[in-house]
Design a protein around this ligand. Structure first.
Ligand code: G3I
Length: 340
């Protein structure tokens, strides 16, 4: 489903939350007296052992305004599209790492850590994969893809989105229909994580999804049950990514509870694709504060640098305007991180 459609469905509830949210005056985080109050997002996040990152598009790396902000503000990078299956293995057994290498090599030269996005996802999946109906064939194809891609980047990726968006929207709390679930069964997620652990034991392995930020939602509860089960059986999972594509009202009031409850299962939690319609200062501050208040919330990634770089550019959801100027939400984000 187009994420924007999803946002529309939540907007009504978000507007309600906005009314409630207005009652919550975000208190500026105060840094400890001896802490340095940094003047950039990544440097300030690092003060609390966190990262502050952004999605990066290889096609924009020739834009000096873009790269200037990228190098000044962010200490983590997620390729926006370049590590997805339709780029890395467009045809069976033929791997193309060029576009992602450009991003990974540049990040390494700038001391930025990498998030890998994403290994197993029903979207941006070549038809040669989505047309497979034989379980043994698909199992081999999936495990080979995971292994080949992770081997290529072995030791260079801090955290991988091993499986992305496998749960259904709405009230079922179950996995969505996809070629992976339909042909391999619900065990495909466990298999993907076990394969990933073997491929790069040093990488944190994450399950990543959207609309799992509100604690009482069935989708959130479905993912929570999966993670609890995995941890109880020793299935290798290290983190959960909350994409956090929010409407104008920002995060649900239960967002910090959600982060805290997942962390209590023994995983890191990460805000992995943050953007907020109209980018209100309060909405960004509330999001950042929820992470800052949960020790195992290890980092925040915004899904793009300038509004014009966003997949939802018409909603002006990011921290920099189309000219690369800081917006009010930038300052509220930096302040809430504890910065100057
Ligand atoms: O690369 C082709 C190019 O060759 C072609 O000329 C052009 C026009 O058709 O399309 C280009 O591919 C586009 C691709 O972005 C790279 O720019 C696709 O059409 C376009 O659909 C794709 O959109 C991406 C979207 O995921 C696809 O689902 C967005 O940039 C990206 O921000 C978005 O990110 C996703 C996360 O990966 C997962 N969570 C949701 C998030 C938002 O949808």
């Amino acid at each position: 489903m187009n994420p924007l459609t999803r946002l529309g469905r939540r907007r009504a509830s978000v507007l309600t939350l906005l009314a409630v949210g207005a009652l919550v005056t975000p208190a500026a985080a105060t840094a400890a007296p001896d802490a340095v109050r940094a003047s950039t997002l990544g440097a300030q996040a690092a003060q609390s052992g966190r990262y502050f990152g952004t999605a990066v598009a290889s096609g924009r790396l020739g834009d000096g305004t873009y790269t200037g902000i990228l190098d000044r503000e962010f200490n983590s990078v997620t390729p926006e599209n370049e590590m997805k299956w339709d780029t890395t293995e467009r045809s069976r057994g033929s791997f193309n790492f060029g576009p992602a290498d450009q991003i990974v090599n540049r990040a390494a030269s700038h001391g930025q850590r990498m998030r890998g996005h994403t290994l197993v996802w029903h979207s941006q999946l070549p038809s040669w994969v989505s047309s497979i109906r034989d379980a043994n064939t698909l199992r081999g194809v999936m495990n080979n893809h995971i292994t080949q891609v992770m081997n290529h980047y072995k030791g260079r990726i801090y955290a991988w989105d091993v499986v992305n968006e496998a749960f259904a929207d709405g009230g079922s709390g179950q996995m969505r229909s996809s070629v992976f679930r339909d042909v391999l069964g619900t065990g495909f997620i466990e298999e993907a994580f076990r394969t990933a652990r073997s491929a790069d034991p040093a990488a944190k392995l994450c399950y990543n999804d959207y609309s799992i930020e509100n604690w009482s939602d069935a989708k959130t509860q479905g993912v929570y049950r999966m993670v609890r089960d995995f941890k109880s059986r020793g299935v290798p999972i290290d983190c959960v990514g909350f994409q956090s594509h929010f409407g104008a009202g920002g995060p649900p009031s239960s967002f910090q509870t959600t982060l805290s409850n997942f962390a209590a299962l023994g995983v890191d939690v990460q805000i992995t694709e943050l953007d907020i319609a109209q980018a209100s200062s309060a909405a960004y501050a509330n999001t950042v504060r929820a992470c800052m208040n949960v020790a195992r919330c290890t980092g925040i990634t915004v899904w793009g640098i300038r509004d014009s770089d966003s997949w939802r550019s018409g909603e002006n959801p990011l921290l920099f305007d189309r000219n690369g100027n800081k917006k009010a939400a930038y300052q509220s984000t930096l302040t809430t991180l504890g910065g100057a």
